[in-house]
Design a protein around this ligand. Structure first.
Ligand code: AMP
Length: 282
């Protein structure tokens, strides 16, 4: 496994693999890798001959006042995890390698998929995500790309973008990996002090509550999100951005638990914005 910093090096390596008839999986990440990322890489390694992990804190998906500068970075640690998980190549470019200073083109998604949930609070976020993922698809030309259900709206957005723009890439969604006490693994968990780390459990507790209500036959989506909201509100360090039930594919709000429903939340614990969700199939 090696780490490269240029588009040219990735292209040369992938070209060599493709001449030999090998399949290529891509795992896009922002680095500071944990077991969640590792599960994606392991799956990609099981389903493809070669795996490229991109390790890039993408500035275009961060809004004003967000945590672009403070986002944790540790490429040495990431290299060890990638090696262990079976990656073949890490693409770790500088911002200047990914973005021309006079770039004029971005991939923007309008409409319902980005109007709700994180798209509401982070209006330019998905434009940055769609742009960087499109660029990575063009650079790596993978057969398959792996995304976590942890970012469920992102997964829906990427699937729609691939359909709309005819990218010949199969999108594979992977389950949420959690800490032993339930907290969804996230690079942003490192921002939490010990009191906040404890408070952050209100997210996974709300997920467990909502899931058990849905599985117990509760059909009213608003009753479920109201119960989850009430549980989170008991935590003084938590400030809710949203707790919402939407169709998992279209991200349109739903009132009934029918079809495939994504129940998603974003909650600030102190200054740290955390997300979690569950999907219920009726
Ligand atoms: P990030 O580095 O946070 O941009 O995440 C890169 C990829 O890893 C995304 O597809 C995420 O959804 C996925 N991911 C992050 N955390 C988890 C987790 N706890 N379980 C599964 N996938 C995750």
């Amino acid at each position: 496994m090696k780490t490269v910093k240029t588009v040219e090096e990735v292209r040369a390596q992938v070209k060599e693999w493709k001449i030999s008839g090998l399949t290529v999986g891509l795992v896009p990440t922002m680095g500071f890798l944990h077991e969640g990322h590792k599960s994606l890489i392991t799956r990609a390694a099981a389903e493809n001959d070669r795996v490229v992990v991109s390790d890039f804190v993408n500035p275009t998906q961060f809004g004003e006042g967000e945590d672009l500068e403070s986002y944790p970075r540790d490429i040495k640690r990431d290299e060890a995890l990638c090696l262990e998980a079976g990656a073949s190549l890490i693409f770790h470019p500088e911002v200047s390698e990914m973005y021309f200073p006079d770039a004029c083109t971005m991939v923007d998604m309008r409409g319902e998929l980005t109007a709700e949930l994180c798209g509401k609070t982070r209006p330019i976020h998905f434009r940055g995500v769609c742009t960087v993922v499109s660029k990575l698809f063009n650079i790596v030309t993978p057969d398959r790309a792996y995304f976590g259900q942890k970012d469920a709206q992102q997964l829906a957005v990427i699937k729609r973008m691939v359909r709309d723009l005819n990218f010949g890439v199969e999108i594979v969604g992977c389950p949420i990996i959690r800490e032993a006490d339930g907290l969804a693994k996230s690079s942003r968990n490192t921002y939490l002090d010990s009191q906040e780390r404890q408070a952050a459990l209100c997210l996974s507790k709300a997920v467990a509550l909502g899931k058990s209500m849905a599985e117990g036959g509760e059909k009213n989506a608003e009753k479920i999100t109201a119960a989850m909201t009430a549980l989170i509100k008991e935590e003084p360090l938590a400030k809710i951005d949203y707790v919402k039930a939407v169709n998992a594919e279209t991200i349109k709000p739903v009132t009934e638990m029918s079809g495939e429903v994504l129940v998603a939340m974003a909650v600030y614990i102190g200054k740290t914005r955390l997300i979690d969700n569950f999907i219920f199939k009726a």
